[in-house]
Design a protein around this ligand. Structure first.
Ligand code: PMV
Length: 331
């Protein structure tokens, strides 16, 4: 039975994806820009044609519930896309907490798509793998590339123009990220459900869609200029706008814990003391802080001292998805 193993890094959006124009294909209502992390990584092994094995193992345990159903549906969709009707099963491991708003689903679905292509001996370039990963979890489209990555909204109904491209390699402009973990458990409202609810009920959703192209353009310019102040300022504004639209949903979706706000204040405090650092927050209470590598110790110590922060993780920017065992699907 053929099998292969691949690895992909989590990614953190600095201009966020929030809202879908097509739920089934995970086509986004807006474009987004992220960084890929080198130290928060998921590994997936995909096996072809094993009819006895569980469909989805995570950390050595059989996964059940919604996550298992979603993965089984994804594997059933992915196989025929890569030219097989045989049953695919997968086993994943992550170096960081899963389902806590740390982009684990992005890293996992990207690693699964790459491992499946490798196990099947398929010849698929990164651009197509990005679109295949996207169907598993929207943000997975970005984990295929390292460094600074843009996922394009696209216009087409079939989604063939909605994949990621790399804006800047991971080694071109070294930066670091500190993740302040406020809560280790699973998030309360999955982003998929929250996006649907917010799009339907938030009075601010239309304004979010309208503002996004300007943030994307400004972020591209800031990245090209390696301007950390501009990148960080746009990232904070975009993050707060995304959370503002969730607060304005009916009923509201509130991802923050008290320590989330305390951590944001601590980041502002760092800046007043001359240490450049900027926060962003996804569909969970954790606060992710972007800074220069030379400030990473100061930032990590400051975040660890915030009341309610359980622990911190650190990461540099990482490379694109890789095959660890098996043939590489791209040239
Ligand atoms: O791809 P999903 O369904 O996990 O949604 C990700 C949504 C955010 O993390 C909040 C934003 C983003 O662009 O990653």
């Amino acid at each position: 039975m053929p099998d292969a193993t691949a690895r992909a890094g989590a990614n953190v959006a600095l201009v966020k994806y929030w809202g879908k124009r097509d739920e089934e294909r995970n086509l986004p209502a807006v474009g987004s820009i992220s960084i890929t992390l080198g130290d928060l990584v998921a590994t997936a092994r995909v096996r072809v044609g094993d009819t006895g094995a569980a469909r989805f193992l995570g950390g050595g345990e059989v996964v059940s519930g919604t996550a298992a159903d979603r993965m089984a549906a994804y594997l059933d969709w992915l196989g025929p896309q890569l030219g097989t009707n045989e049953r695919l099963t997968t086993e994943v491991e992550a170096t960081f907490p899963v389902g806590a708003g740390l982009a684990s689903s992005a890293a996992i679905h990207c690693a699964v798509a790459v491992a499946a292509a490798s196990a099947l001996g398929a010849c698929v370039d990164r651009s197509r793998l990005s679109r295949l990963a996207r169907v598993g979890s929207g943000s997975a489209a970005r984990s295929i590339y390292g460094g600074w990555v843009e996922w394009h909204r696209g216009e087409r109904d079939d989604g063939e123009d909605s994949g990621a491209t790399q804006l800047l390699g991971e080694d071109t402009w070294p930066l670091a990220m500190v993740v302040a973990i406020v809560h280790d458990g699973p998030k309360e409202v999955p982003s998929r459900d929250a996006m649907r609810h917010v799009a339907r009920t938030s009075a601010l959703y239309a304004a979010w869609i309208e503002a996004q192209p300007d943030d994307l353009a400004a972020m591209r310019t800031a990245i090209a200029a390696r301007d950390l102040t501009a990148v960080g300022t746009i990232a904070e504004e975009n993050c707060l706008r995304m959370h503002a639209i969730t607060f304005a949903a009916r009923p509201p979706v509130l991802y923050w814990a008290p320590a989330t706000l305390a951590a944001m204040e601590a980041v502002r405090g760092l800046r007043t003391r001359g240490c450049e650092a900027y926060f962003t927050i996804d569909a969970g209470p954790q606060v992710k802080v972007l800074c220069s590598p030379q400030n990473v110790d100061t930032v990590a110590e400051t975040m660890a001292a915030v009341p309610g922060v359980v622990r911190t993780l650190r990461s540099t920017l990482g490379g694109g998805a890789e095959v660890l065992e098996g043939p590489t699907p791209w040239k």
